[in-house]
Design a protein around this ligand. Structure first.
Ligand code: PLP
Length: 355
C-alpha cells in the first residue's frame, strides 16, 4: 500500500464557497484570490472550480500566463503590481490588470509604448505595506488621466484589522476621504470584510481564505458562515506503541507519559507541511474521533494519543485537518493561521481531487 498521506480537494466545496461569496456580497463582482498556488489547493484546479468568478487575483505574470494558456478569459489582477517597467508590454499582451502602488509605476506607465491598461490604484490607508499616500491620490489620478495609457483606474485599499474587533471604520473613512470626487470603481474587501462589513463591498470584492472554506476570524469558525473546507489532509497510522509511565515520545523526549498509554504514529510530518511548532495537544482525528498530538512533530511522522480510542490500530484513518476538524483550530493550536497551513502543503503530498 502507498503511503497513506493525501490531500483531498473538494471541487464542490470550492464551488459552494464561491456561491457563499455571492450571497454575502450580491451586488459586487468577485476577484477570486488564487495566489500562492490557490492557497495550496492548485492554481489551475481552483481556477477551474471558480470559473464563474468575474476575475482572478494572483501575484505574477507567470501565473497570469498559465491562466491565459488554460483558456481563462476573465480579468486577472496582479496584486503586487508590476516589478519593473519591462513587464508592461507582456502585461498588455495578456490583458492583465495591475495594482499601481508607487509613484515610479505611474511614471513607468506614462512612458510605456502601450495603451488600454487596467490599473488598480492602491491607496495606503493604514496598513503601511503597499500604496500611495491618501494625499497623493488626486495628483496621481490626474497624472494617469493625462498620460492617456489607461482603459480604467479602479481605486483600491487593503484592511489591516478587518478580522478583529478593531474593524475597518478608520481605514474606510480615510479611503472615502482620499477618493472623494474621483471617478472609477472601488475594490477594498477581503474575506473578513466581505463577511462582516457589507459597507465595504463596493464594485469588486477580493475573497481569498473564505473560498477555501476557512474563517478569517479567531473567534468564529467557517461553519458559522456556511463555508465548507476545501482541503482535507488525510493519513493513517503506521504503527502503535504501548508505553508505560515515564516513557517518552519523539525527538527531545519532550512528551513524557505519566500513565500507561497507547500512541499512534501517523504518516505526516513537517516536510509534508504539518507545522513543526504544533505542540502536544494539537487536535487531530483518528477513526473520526478527536484526540491530540503528543511530542514533537518529526519530518515525516507525528505521534497521537490513542488512549481513548481503543479500536484504533495500524491502518486507522487520520484527519490532520479539513472534514470534521477545522484547519483554523489546528492553526490556532500551532500558534499560526489557517492561511499558513494551507499554503505550506508540500509538493510531495499527493492530491486527490474530489467531485
Ligand atoms: C491575499 C489578499 C486578499 C485575500 O485576503 P483573504 O484574507 O484571504 O480574503 C485580498 N486582497 C489582497 C490585496 C491580498 O493580498
Amino acid at each position: 500500500m502507498a503511503r497513506p498521506l493525501v490531500a483531498e480537494i473538494s471541487l464542490s466545496a470550492l464551488n459552494h464557497n464561491l456561491s457563499q461569496v455571492r450571497r454575502f456580497a450580491p451586488a459586487a463582482r468577485v476577484f477570486a484570490v488564487i495566489k500562492a498556488n490557490g492557497y495550496g489547493h492548485g492554481l489551475l484546479r481552483v481556477a477551474g472550480a471558480f470559473k464563474q468568478a468575474d476575475g482572478f487575483a494572483v501575484l505574477t505574470l507567470t501565473e497570469a500566463q498559465m491562466l491565459r494558456e488554460a483558456g481563462f478569459e476573465q480579468p486577472i489582477l496582479l496584486l503586487e503590481g508590476f516589478f519593473s517597467a519591462d513587464e508592461l508590454p507582456q502585461l498588455a499582451k495578456l490583458k492583465v490588470s495591475v495594482v499601481v502602488h508607487a509613484l515610479w509605476q505611474v511614471a513607468a506607465i506614462n512612458a510605456a509604448p502601450i495603451t488600454g491598461i487596467n490599473v488598480f490604484l492602491k491607496i495606503n490607508t493604514g496598513m503601511n505595506r503597499l500604496g500611495i499616500a491618501p494625499a497623493e491620490v488626486a495628483e496621481v489620478c490626474r497624472a494617469l488621466r493625462l498620460g492617456g495609457r489607461l482603459n480604467q483606474c479602479v481605486l483600491m485599499t487593503h484592511f489591516a484589522t478587518a478580522d478583529d474587533d478593531r474593524g475597518v471604520a478608520d481605514q474606510l473613512a480615510l479611503f472615502a476621504a482620499a477618493t472623494d470626487g474621483q471617478r472609477g470603481e472601488r475594490c477594498v474587501a477581503n474575506s473578513a470584510a466581505i463577511l462582516r462589513y457589507p459597507q465595504t463591498h463596493a464594485d469588486w470584492v477580493r475573497p481569498g481564505i473564505m473560498l477555501y472554506g476557512a474563517s478569517p476570524f479567531a473567534d468564529q469558525l467557517a461553519d458559522a458562515f456556511d463555508l465548507r473546507p476545501a482541503m482535507t489532509l488525510r493519513s493513517g497510522l503506521l504503527a502503535v506503541q504501548d508505553i508505560r509511565p515515564s516513557d517518552a515520545v519523539g525527538y527531545g523526549r519532550s512528551f513524557v507519559a505519566d500513565t500507561s498509554m497507547r500512541i499512534g504514529i501517523v504518516a505526516c510530518g513537517y516536510a509534508d507541511g504539518y507545522p513543526r511548532h504544533a505542540p502536544t495537544g494539537t487536535p487531530v482525528l483518528v477513526e473520526g474521533q478527536r484526540t491530540r498530538t503528543v511530542g514533537r512533530v518529526s519530518m515525516d511522522m507525528l505521534a497521537v494519543d490513542l488512549s481513548d480510542i481503543p479500536l484504533a490500530g495500524v491502518g486507522s484513518p487520520v484527519v490532520l485537518w479539513g472534514d470534521g476538524l477545522p484547519v483554523e483550530e489546528v492553526a490556532a493550536a500551532a500558534g499560526t493561521i489557517s492561511y499558513e497551513l494551507l499554503t505550506a502543503l508540500a509538493p510531495r503530498v499527493p492530491v486527490r481531487e474530489m467531485p
